[in-house]
Design a binder for this molecule. Sequence first.
Ligand SMILES: C[S@@+](CC[C@H](N)C(=O)[O-])C[C@H]1O[C@@H](n2cnc3c(N)ncnc32)[C@H](O)[C@@H]1O
Length: 232
Amino acid sequence: MLWRYEDLLRRNTHSLVVDLGFGATSITTLEMAARLRTKYTDLEFVGLEIDPERVKVANQSAQPHINFQLGGFEIPTTQKPLIIRAFNVLRQYEESEVAKYWAMMQARLAPNGRIIEGTCDEIGRRATWIELDNSQPLTLSLGVRLHGLDDPSEVAERLPKILIHRNTRGNRIHTFLQDLSRSWDSHSGYRVFGPNQRWRAAVNSLRDSWPIVNKQHREGELTIEWSAIAPD
Ligand SMILES: C[S@@+](CC[C@H](N)C(=O)[O-])C[C@H]1O[C@@H](n2cnc3c(N)ncnc32)[C@H](O)[C@@H]1O
């Protein structure tokens, strides 16, 4: 599957982007807005939080085109969002609740919109995220800092809630991460060319057995079709 956010944003002008569960500070919403608005100047942003005090504080840093509102998975914005980012939110919930909250967000997504639901460590060196459209999960992406990386399957500690308890023998996500580790090990000879070359070679050699999505990735990232690693 080929998918480019550039196309989505270019074709859907005057869209809304939601940062759901923005957290203790408004930094993720502000950073995302600053980056995206350099190219897509007509985008609007709303940060949502369940914690009223956080909304109050965040609103002190509100800017034109960036607002903060009380709310959660029901997405109480007037406009349906084209993109919903929900990072490090569902990990506080039970695995059994994930489908319900996905469905709530999907019901509020603009047609052709995308949800990015993921988890990362505190400094963003290990991240995983699921991309969903209005009806289904599409892909899982992994992102690791390559410098000093021992074993890419360490990213398992930061799998999204729907997968984190499935990283055990007999589950496809476990098999995939084991294969990724083995491939990383078997390409250790690429170390002389730098970790990025080694990563690319390791990921490329998985393509015969796994549906790695063919798109332009940043260093240390890969995307795989959801159907290949979805929990049974
Ligand atoms: C760990 S912080 C994540 C902050 C930020 N998204 C990030 O990735 O750095 C999780 C935040 O989600 C908020 N939260 C939890 N459940 C929520 C819900 N149902 N609706 C909105 N926010 C929620 C919490 O109040 C908390 O501020």
